[in-house]
Design a protein around this ligand. Sequence first.
Ligand SMILES: [Zn+2]
Length: 296
Amino acid sequence: MHKDTLQRFIFEKTPIRGSVVNLNSTLQLALNKQHLPIGLKRALGELMAASALLTATLKMNGSLVLQIQSQGSLKLLVVECNSEFGIRATAKWAGDIQDTETLFDLLAQGQFMITLDPKDGGQTYQGIVALEGTSIATILENYMLRSEQIDTKIWLCCDGNIAAGMLLQKLPDTMNQTIHEHDIDTWNRVGHLADTITDDELLQLPTETLLHRLFHEEDVRLFEASHTKFQCSCSRKNVAGMLRMLGADELKSILEEQGKIDINCDFCGAHYQFDAVDATQLFTSEITSQLSKEVH
Ligand SMILES: [Zn+2]
């Protein structure tokens, strides 16, 4: 019954659009790599749902990264979602966290960061803001309004096992400056209707039923669902690139101490090992590629 889907919809003849996301195995596969306290499971689940909702609003082909950093018990939450709704997530924290503690009990000097990384070599965009708001949804709404000047309303929920979310957005009128009164009325009206949603409805109802329950008097067009999945983008090639950046001397000292270099992916738990021969090749292949660049 629980699905892994993202479904877009529009309110006909208005600049208002939205989407609903449901994460089931996507969430469980992403979170079972770590023994997360329940408060962080919920926070990561909400952030994963949000990453899919925001990705659905972008035309970019690449990945969107949402990150929360803090100096408190919570150090880092990272979620990455690509254009095909492949999502991965990880958390770093310090000390014991009680079951009663939520994300907001664990934050100190928190920062929220959003990164857009186009796949085809376009410019990477990064925005950093202080954490304003008492929920992940309000942090994102504030961010979208202040940094992007786009009216956005977001609802998120995660019970630790499944996550869901809904986004409504009023597209700015870029063709002319005329303010359409009826669009503002519709925006306010559908916002109020959507505010009646309960966490249970968001988590349990199929998208079509949910939208009917909220907006049955509106003219809503629902598009075909996209599928979300757990997906990690790590590879031996990426790890090799990271090791190259550490430099030959650093790698040599690790090899002298440990005999080999072991790297575990924080997102999927994949294990990569490099021995002395592999490490030497990292740099000889780099020299070869530099030489070939100089030749051309
Ligand atoms: Zn990985």
